[in-house]
Design a protein around this ligand. Structure first.
Ligand code: FES
Length: 163
């Protein structure tokens, strides 16, 4: 897990590679999120200070786009594909099963920072639809029941590390 100091340093490096121009707001938000996995409030304040714009404006822009996250990713970050092929193959049911099983909604991370959930449009393996990715591992041709099964090893691993 990245420390506050490391995060602050990463943000400072990103800012130093950009000009102080408002048109850089989205690229800055994207780069910070890529580096930290989400957009902490402190980082958005630094971006606001750098671009000399109100923090509330930065927050407004960031919350407008659903590509941005405001909580850290879980250890078992789970991505559900909602591209056309996956959607037609029952992606909505897969998403609902994940939300039910993990007890979180898209964009959220659970209380233990174990699981987080994100939806994306096509991850490039449509022949395997519907697919999800848990901690970089692709789980193909899912059904709601298979979602439960796919999550078991990750839940067990999370439990064993807590005990
Ligand atoms: S639509 Fe899901 S992998 Fe392409």
């Amino acid at each position: 897990m990245i420390t506050e100091e490391q995060a602050s340093q990463a943000v400072a490096e990103i800012l130093s590679s950009h000009k102080k121009e408002r048109k850089n707001l989205i690229p800055l938000l994207q780069e910070v999120q890529t580096s930290l996995g989400y957009l902490p409030e402190e980082a958005m304040q630094k971006i606001a200070g750098f671009l000399e714009m109100p923090a509330v404006e930065v927050w407004g822009v960031a919350t407008f786009y659903n590509q941005f996250r405001f909580v850290p990713l879980g250890k078992y970050h789970t991505v559900v594909c909602m591209g056309t092929a996956c959607h037609l193959a029952g992606g909505r049911l897969i998403l609902e099963a994940l939300e039910r099983e993990l007890d979180i909604k898209v964009g959220e991370t659970d209380e233990d920072d174990n699981f987080s959930l994100e939806r994306v449009a096509c991850i490039g393996c449509c022949m395997l639809a519907p697919v999800i990715v848990i901690k970089d591992k692709i789980h193909p041709k899912l059904t709601p029941f298979k979602v439960e099964e796919a999550l078991i090893p990750y839940k067990q691993e999370a439990q064993s590390e807590e005990s």
